[in-house]
Design a protein around this ligand. Structure first.
Ligand SMILES: CC(C)(COP(=O)(O)OP(=O)(O)OC[C@H]1O[C@@H](n2cnc3c(N)ncnc32)[C@H](O)[C@@H]1OP(=O)(O)O)[C@@H](O)C(=O)NCCC(=O)NCCS
Length: 184
């Protein structure tokens, strides 16, 4: 399926498609650090260019049959600081559940600056206004306090612990319907 290029801007950030060739070193800076990967499904720490390119391809492929969804690089000026994604949320069999999830991964050096919330807010607005989504979900490991705080800043409601997603893992589930305002 041919896809339109992604480009969203915020006060500080650019959200665009990953460029697996030229962004490989930046992706390694994110996914080569266990401080980041301990919180996400794919914990592999292979920092070869081929491995990180394969990781980006796996992420992007999850959205390939879903127009408008994707996995994108987040840049501050010219620097890739992380990933933001809007994807089919996989169910207990790792097939699309019918729900759409938002997610965020930042390189460790870029934590604590509001980038994840800023990028996710822009992608949520895109999801609601452009894609006309009714709800956007997020899942986190039970003790991923930083990610939970992002969901709170985005005005997402916690729906409790669930085993219905990502192959049955125990996860906290969050949701924001299209109509609610973000928390202040
Ligand atoms: C989850 C993750 C993206 C959260 O990163 P984060 O930096 O804590 O979240 P944000 O980018 O929204 O930044 C918020 C922090 O920046 C601070 N901040 C500093 N300057 C700011 C600014 N100009 N604007 C807004 N916030 C700012 C906020 O006060 C807040 O700090 P606090 O958490 O101490 O209150 C990051 O920890 C990460 O990549 N973890 C590994 C991957 C992961 O867990 N992904 C999610 C899987 S469910």
């Amino acid at each position: 399926m041919k896809r339109d290029p992604m480009e969203l801007t915020t006060a500080r950030l650019l959200i665009r498609d990953w460029q697996p060739e030229s962004d490989a070193a930046a992706a390694i800076a994110i996914y080569g650090n266990p401080a980041v990967t301990q919180w996400i499904g794919d914990k592999s720490l292979d920092t070869t260019v081929a491995a990180v390119q394969a990781r980006l391809k796996r992420y992007c492929d999850r959205a390939k049959d879903f127009p408008g969804l994707g996995c994108w690089a987040v840049l501050d000026q010219e620097t890739v600081v992380g990933t933001v994604l809007l994807m089919p949320l996989p169910n207990e069999e790792n097939a699309p559940s019918g729900k759409i999830e938002i997610g965020w991964h930042l390189r460790l050096e870029s934590w604590g600056q509001g980038y994840a919330t800023e990028a996710a807010q822009a992608v949520m607005t895109y999801g609601f206004d452009t894609l006309q989504l009714d709800q956007i979900y997020a899942v986190t490991l039970l003790d991923n306090d930083r990610s939970v705080k992002v969901t709170q800043r985005l005005g997402m409601m916690e729906l409790g612990i669930s085993h219905d997603y990502y192959g049955g893992h125990e996860l906290r589930l969050f949701c924001r319907p299209a109509t609610t305002e973000p928390a202040r």
